[in-house]
Write a protein that binds this ligand. Structure first.
Ligand SMILES: [Zn+2]
Length: 212
């Protein structure tokens, strides 16, 4: 596995271990998320049939993992109304690209962290080269820590909290789990560009697979 660099050099070994464990868990979560997407991607037929089957598997298939994806990333391009309109294939491909990117980032790239004081749990701006970890991070559960790392990594994609990456005000916006779920119903295209939606999605995937 690629290297995990934690700074400062004299950071407590306890803090270092907590970050390593969280990365390990987030790697498993991302691999499981990718597998779920690949399972619906693997369809037989003509190109047109494959597209249809993939969309159908996303919008109404009975895979428990995809059900969690639907909950946090939505099933439409606009406000969801029962009966449609449903997600476009272009939007589904974008989701696949993001999840694939996340998995590769976690499993193939060197990850850099810096522990420092601050009010946030952790933060990352698209122009930074490392994730900043603040004291509150260490009070989180293992699953929360892992999903926080996923949230911060998504800022590198770069996606923020539903709006433009150039809008710093948007960085300060916070969502709880229920708000992320509602966001996926009301503004699904934005929810798919919101790091909180991936954070809570990853949390639920980890819980569903009893990861710890
Ligand atoms: Zn964020």
């Amino acid at each position: 596995m690629p290297e995990i660099i934690v700074k400062p050099k004299d950071a407590l070994s306890e803090s270092r271990q907590a970050i390593y464990q969280a990365v390990e868990l987030s790697r498993r979560a991302a691999a499981t998320m990718w597998e779920a997407i690949e399972n619906i991607w693997d369809q037989k037929g003509t190109a047109r049939e494959k597209r249809f089957k993939r969309l159908q598997a996303w919008c109404s298939g009975n895979s428990p993992d995809i059900e969690i994806f639907r909950k946090y990333l939505g099933v439409s391009n606009g406000k969801y109304l029962p009966g449609g309109p449903f997600l476009s294939y272009k939007e589904l491909k974008k989701v696949r690209r993001k999840v694939g990117w996340l998995k590769n980032k976690l499993l193939q790239e060197t990850l850099r962290f810096k522990i420092r004081n601050g009010d946030a749990t952790a933060y990352n701006l698209w122009f930074l080269t490392r994730i900043v970890i603040c004291p509150a991070f260490f009070d989180q559960t293992k699953i929360e820590k892992a999903s926080t790392i996923i949230h911060e990594l998504m800022h590198d994609y770069p996606i923020v909290h539903g709006k433009s990456i150039f809008n710093l005000k948007d960085y300060k916006k916070c969502f709880c789990c229920e708000e992320a779920v509602q966001f996926a119903i009301d503004q699904p295209c934005k929810a798919r560009r919101c790091a909180y939606n991936y954070e809570f999605l990853a949390q639920e995937i980890m819980l569903a697979h009893a990861m710890e």
